[in-house]
Ligand binder design. Sequence first.
Ligand SMILES: [Zn+2]
Length: 364
Amino acid sequence: MTKRSLSLIALGLAAALVLASCAPKPAAIAPQAKRPLILGMHAITETDADARALIGEVPALARRGVNLLVNEVDYWYDYASHPELKMDNPVKKATVKALLAACRAHGIRLVPEFQTLGHQSWAEKTFPLLVKYPHLDETPGKYPGNKGTDPWGTEFYCRSWCPLHPEVPPIVNDLYDELLDVFEADALHVGMDEVFIIADADCPRCAGKSTAELFARAVNDAHDHIVRQRGKEMMMWADRLLDGQATGYGLWEASMNGTDKAIDMVPKDIVMCDWHYEPKYPLQPTPKSVFPSPKIFADKGFRVLPTSFRDADALGRLIDQSLALGSDKVLGHLCTAWRPLRKGDSARLRQLKAASKKIRKARG
Ligand SMILES: [Zn+2]
């Protein structure tokens, strides 16, 4: 549900704030080993009609070589475990089953996504968890109308739940369980991108604590349930685990508030969906963007799924640089549209077409 048109503005602000840069050199190009690679598509469904439209796109996705569909449903699923937390016109169970059947028929792995910790609001709309249970908000009563300036000096973006509130895990674990069961999934994507509200000075549990430790707590709570208890795989957006200054990515595609130290506090079996979209980063001295993070994650022992958006040049470089590592930790590539897929999108989307060409070539 993000954003990303805001990224350029934000990066410009970050450049003004940070004068020093420390960008790595582009990776050397190495011969490609032939191996099964993921070509993923991320798709949001905000209504049952969106999900039905997505079903119609499955054959075309398969023709593009897509073998992973990450379906972000958040509060737009018709939850039986917590009906108070579903949005209007939610995706129905029967529609998920039809989507699953279509994916299975076309060899596509279907993974649901639920935004965890951050992204608990969008613009002026606060999502159901913090509407129904406002005491679970990291900043209850603050930022009226979801407006203001956050502690890091940037314009308020999205609400977060409190990672230390003991009432949060029992609720969200129910939602995770329901998604895993209805989707009959072997993995869950937990989101966790762009968390700016964390360790708020007015939270009685979090004030004064390390942002990295708090972020790691949220990651580890999700992992404990999804991986340790349910035996499933966990995927997440990886931006909060990267140093925005050292990578040159800035404050959107990486962290400028210390959460990056959590990279050494979370389990290595999490698949890191490492999203980077820009043709040029103000904090990098290079004329075109370079992408140091796939190597950072692979070197740490994580599997990494580099993720792109619309810019075809940036997408091409991200794929080339990540595959050039020659590491089996680099799983392939994930495309995003950041909106529901409409009829014909799978054939039309330039980013999917470009990524498909490169990944299929690399598959051999
Ligand atoms: Zn808190």
